[in-house]
Design a protein around this ligand. Structure first.
Ligand SMILES: Cc1ncc(COP(=O)(O)O)c(C=O)c1O
Length: 405
């Protein structure tokens, strides 16, 4: 270890560790001590990635893996375009730029829309990486609170309007939502469209969980409202749809050609998205629809099981989520971070424990979410049953040890 003192940028030093990975070292320690750790913290599905992906890569016949177009290769762009068309979304190939995951699409969108100090409206609790993505672009997240008592539905026009200032550039909506699992209904979509148009704001629609909706209301696209097409940016990804989180391919799509031209400059700065993964992605989009139908069914079954198990644990509070594969769980503890660390460090049932994701960092408002965790239920049902049993026993023991009874 060097004895010199290095001064790193305030911009990066001001970034917090991801709450999803915050307890990784505790988990590693528990594993080294011989414990099995069941992950309820991370959105890494166990559904098998379509075999079309690897077959297409195996069939690549190039002696040099060269740079490709900064926009993305035609096969990948057209695959996203055709997929969007099946949903009635009017994006043409020139409206789409391939990115290295939805994460890069978000970074590019925010950087393109915001100068230092400009604001992005987000509904809390929200996907915590937005904080980092906004910070590296110099943008500021302004949070509008949603509450579990109302199943994390959007608040009224007046409440949202109050948060809009002359620095607000966009409303970032996650639909279906991570971490709450909520899905926007038509009145909420129309509310966002109205606010965006009245205040000249962009809508950044992060729809990486688009397929995973279990409620009757189904998916409603902002593109159904032609009046907002110019203000609309859609962020997409193959990570969740095809259970391909390690593929790192996504896209940004917009009918606003000036916006796309600006984003392209950022795409050019990183030369191109990975070629091999784009070839695999293009083939993967051809997978039979039954692949997605089965994934949706398995997540719905897991949701139903997981909610039933969690609701049976004394003192917990949760609502039935409509989509994605997460929900917020209120725990009968004061500090969910302390409980998460304690479960990994001090507790196990027959050598097994669980890793939770404290929800505090999904909120921007200090003091919110202190006793909440985000549960990710994209793991097998037998593991969910074990995890709920460990959680129930752990809560009893923790409350005793901490004098909370
Ligand atoms: C809401 C949301 N947006 C974006 C992403 C990033 O996805 P990608 O893997 O495509 O970068 C995630 C990943 O978990 C997410 O939950």
């Amino acid at each position: 270890m060097s004895t010199k003192h290095y001064e790193f940028s305030k911009r990066v030093k001001g970034i917090n560790a991801s709450p999803i990975r915050k307890f990784a070292s505790h988990s590693e320690k528990a594993k080294k001590e011989g414990k099995t750790v069941i992950p309820l913290n991370i959105g890494q599905p166990d559904v098998v990635t379509p075999k079309e992906y690897l077959s297409a890569i195996a069939a690549i016949d190039s002696s040099v893996i060269a740079y490709t177009s900064s926009n993305g290769i035609n096969e990948a762009i057209d695959a996203f375009r055709d997929y969007f068309k099946t949903l009635g979304m009017p994006f043409e190939s020139e409206d789409i730029l391939i990115t290295t995951g939805g994460s890069e699409a978000l970074t590019f969108a925010i950087s393109t829309l915001c100068d230092d100090g400009d604001e992005i409206l987000v509904f809390e609790p929200y996907y915590a990486n937005y904080n980092t993505l906004a910070k590296i672009s110099g943008a500021k997240i302004v949070a509008v609170t949603t509450v579990p008592e109302n199943n994390f539905a959007l608040p009224s026009y007046e409440v949202i309007k109050e948060k809009i200032t002359d620095r607000t550039k966009a409303i970032l909506v996650t639909n279906p939502n991570n971490p709450t699992g909520s899905v926007l209904d038509r009145s909420e979509i129309e509310l966002i469209v109205k606010l965006a148009l009245e205040n000249d704001l962009f809508i950044i629609a992060d729809e990486v969980y688009r397929e995973f909706i279990y409620a009757d209301k189904g998916y409603i696209s902002f593109t159904e409202y032609p009046e907002c097409l110019e203000n609309l940016v859609v962020v997409d990804s193959v990570s969740k749809r095809f259970s391909g989180c390690g593929i790192r391919i996504g896209c940004v799509a917009s009918k606003n050609d000036e916006f796309i031209a600006e984003v392209l400059k950022l795409c050019q700065s990183r030369l191109c998205a990975p070629y091999v993964e784009q070839i695999g992605t293009a083939a993967m989009f051809k997978v039979d629809h039954s692949y997605i139908d089965e994934a949706i069914k398995s997540y719905r079954d897991r949701r139903d099981l997981c909610i039933k198990l969690m609701q049976n644990i004394e003192g917990t509070v949760c609502q039935i989520p409509d989509g994605a594969f997460y929900f917020i769980l209120g725990l009968p503890v004061e500090d969910a971070e302390d409980f998460t660390g304690w479960m990994l460090g001090e507790f196990d049932v027959d050598g097994e424990t669980i890793m939770l994701c404290p929800a505090k960092d999904f909120y921007a408002t200090p003091g919110k979410g202190l006793n909440e965790v985000r549960i990710s239920y994209c793991i097998a049902e037998d593991r969910l049953i074990k995890a709920a049993n460990i959680l129930e026993k752990g809560l009893k023991e923790y409350r005793k040890v901490k004098g909370l009874e």
